[in-house]
Design a protein around this ligand. Structure first.
Ligand SMILES: NC(=O)c1ccc[n+]([C@@H]2O[C@H](COP(=O)([O-])OP(=O)(O)OC[C@H]3O[C@@H](n4cnc5c(N)ncnc54)[C@H](OP(=O)(O)O)[C@@H]3O)[C@@H](O)[C@H]2O)c1
Length: 327
């Protein structure tokens, strides 16, 4: 797998370029601050009456309306929610300079054809593999976050060099930049979000909690067992992989894991995973994401409300309060 780090990357393609960061949320803020700290010329584009304007100013950066920022830049990064990127791009397209570069941190808008960029634009992606807060904190520690990079359209002949230079400038070259494609990054990212870490793992934590409580275990003990050990698992897997994690736990836990895991993650679960991947590739999920946004996010709003009042959350709050009171 092609993998490059800072010593392999030429920073000059970005050195004299002005970069417009459109959106100042999770990725926008982290990327803008990392670029600024690296000495790059950064301008932030915000929508009218943006609640983020004060934060941009407090961070020592300059902001202006979206089209104005785009018109002044050589590289235009679209760092707002994926489901509104097409509307955002269509609004600013006439303002983007001829021969400029359009950058993404996720492949969805290009993979599913939500945006058809002007043919004179370079189109590249640098997708950090983690949240913006971690991208920023790692940068401040002198470290970096792994990212995938790709080029969807090379109008100038310099798009690949620019993508790598951008990845290095936001700190990802310290850890490593992996060559990918918009389609691969998008499909794998959506799959993980739905079928593994962010979809299936929380669902299994909650199902385990409910099963223990139904079986007569106190909610507090059920919570500590099913949710409380998650951080420990993540740390062990990060430091030693799945095999190191197995070796770090007791024989009792290890044999239980070996026998119990496959009973839960069985043939049916794998079929469900394959179905999710097929739905993602067919564009079903992307259409649902767009529909939810157009309707004012009814699905997301309902799920957030339900999560706040769920028994597992009430137990977490009670435990946190008790632990704080006792300390
Ligand atoms: N979350 C992550 O850390 C992460 C990780 C890897 C890749 N990515 C990718 O990075 C990109 C940005 O994601 P994100 O999570 O950073 O987004 P986000 O935090 O949700 O973006 C928020 C920003 O987008 C602006 N925005 C929202 N709706 C807008 C609209 N209709 N017009 C103009 N601006 C609008 C907001 O404006 P206001 O300030 O005015 O509210 C805010 O500045 C996405 O492609 C995502 O897939 C994200």
């Amino acid at each position: 797998m092609p993998f490059v780090r800072d010593p392999d990357i030429d920073p000059t393609p970005l050195a004299t370029k002005r970069i417009a960061i459109l959106g100042y949320g999770n990725q926008g803020r982290a990327q803008a601050l990392n670029l600024r700290d690296g000495g790059h010329d950064v301008i932030i584009g915000l929508r009218e009456e943006s609640p983020s304007a004060a934060k941009v100013t407090a961070d020592g950066l300059v902001h202006c309306p979206l089209a104005e920022a785009a018109s002044s830049a050589d590289v235009v990064m679209l760092l707002a929610p994926d489901e509104i990127l097409a509307t955002l791009y269509n609004a600013i397209e006439p303002a983007i300079r001829r021969g400029a570069a359009l950058g993404f941190s996720h492949g969805l808008a290009i993979r599913f054809g939500l945006i058809a960029p002007r043919p004179d634009l370079d189109v590249f992606m640098v997708a950090p593999k983690g949240p913006g807060s971690a991208l920023r904190s790692l940068f401040l520690e002198g470290k970096g976050m792994v990212a995938l990079w790709a080029v969807a359209h090379d109008a100038t002949g310099h798009a690949e060099a620019l993508a790598k230079a951008y990845g290095a400038a936001i700190g990802c070259g310290r850890a490593g930049l992996i060559a990918s494609s918009f389609a691969e990054e998008c499909e794998a990212d959506l799959f993980n979000e739905q079928a593994v870490v962010w979809g299936a793992v929380p669902a299994i934590l909650e199902a385990g909690f409910q099963t223990l409580v139904e079986g007569g275990i106190s909610p507090e003990v059920a919570f500590l067992e099913c949710v409380g050990e998650l951080k420990l698992l993540a740390e062990l897997v990060e430091s030693g992989g799945l095999s190191g994690m197995r070796e770090a736990i007791s024989n009792t836990a290890e044999l239980g894991a070996v026998l119990g895991g496959p009973k839960i993650v069985d043939k049916r679960v794998r079929e469900g995973m394959r179905a999710i991947l097929a739905e993602i590739r067919a564009g079903d999920f992307t259409r649902q994401l767009e529909r939810d946004a157009v309707g004012g996010y009814p699905i997301l709003n309902e799920s957030r409300s339900l999560a706040r009042i769920a028994p597992i959350e009430q137990v977490r709050l009670t435990l946190a309060k008790q632990l704080a009171d006792d300390s």
